[in-house]
Design a protein. Structure first.
Length: 230
């Protein structure tokens, strides 16, 4: 199934993009849950306006594990500016909750529609990266241009890669190499009519698993009875 334009006619007049994104996020979380080892789980959290579409969390006490999937080498190894020291007090209830280990963000039109929205999205993603949370960002929104990947790299001090593709899928992993912080980046251009890539989601702690965008997209299209001619 080639990538379709869910944001402009004719498909936008026949299917609601937000319903499709909701379902796609759920399918991605189902696929991750089929791969994740015990002690981890993924769940979709769709709030249009501010999205953490797929969050991969680690239960307290989960044992270190290894996966059989070997991720590709990053397309770039960039410098990373870490956040400065923070002095704060946290108060928790008696029941401890899960710890965020990774996130998959499906970009929505509202993330790109005005400077304040782009700022909020990039700030959220930068917070994940600086906290060591593995991140995948998928931008298939055709109706509004914005280079969120470029903005994110500039925000975390990784330099300016220059203008990127109109649509794209990206993965980010904060690393420490001999005491020097860095950022591994995977950047895949995405185009209408072309298949979607598979990207590595590096969870905090070193576990890595594939985010199979093409397979999950195909499954969601099939469930919604969406065909290339739609």
């Amino acid at each position: 199934m080639p990538l379709l334009d869910h944001f402009r006619p004719p498909l936008s007049e026949r299917r609601h993009w937000h319903s499709f994104h909701n379902a796609w996020a759920s399918v991605i979380s189902f696929r991750l849950n089929a791969t994740l080892p015990p002690g981890y789980f993924a769940e979709a959290n769709v709030q249009f306006g501010i999205e953490i579409d797929v969050a991969t969390l680690e239960d307290a006490g989960a044992s270190p594990v290894t996966m059989g999937w070997t991720p590709p080498r990053p397309h770039a190894e960039l410098p990373l500016e870490l956040a400065g020291p923070v002095v704060e007090i946290h108060v928790f209830g008696r029941s401890g909750g899960p710890t965020l280990a990774g996130a998959v963000e499906l970009v929505s039109p509202s993330n790109k529609d005005r400077p304040s929205s782009r700022e909020a999205f990039v700030s959220k993603c930068a917070g994940y990266v600086r906290a060591g949370v593995g991140l995948v960002v998928v931008d298939v929104v055709t109706e509004r241009p914005a280079d969120l990947h470029r903005d994110l790299l500039q925000r975390v001090g990784a330099g300016d890669p220059g203008p990127g593709a109109e649509l794209g899928a990206f993965a980010y992993r904060a690393v420490d190499r001999d005491g020097t912080p860095g950022l591994d980046v995977w950047a895949e251009p995405v185009a209408l009519g072309a298949p979607l890539p598979t990207l590595p989601l590096w969870l905090r702690g070193g576990l890595c698993l594939p985010v199979e965008l093409e397979a999950t997209y195909q499954q969601t299209c099939a469930e919604y009875r969406i065909h290339p001619a739609a």
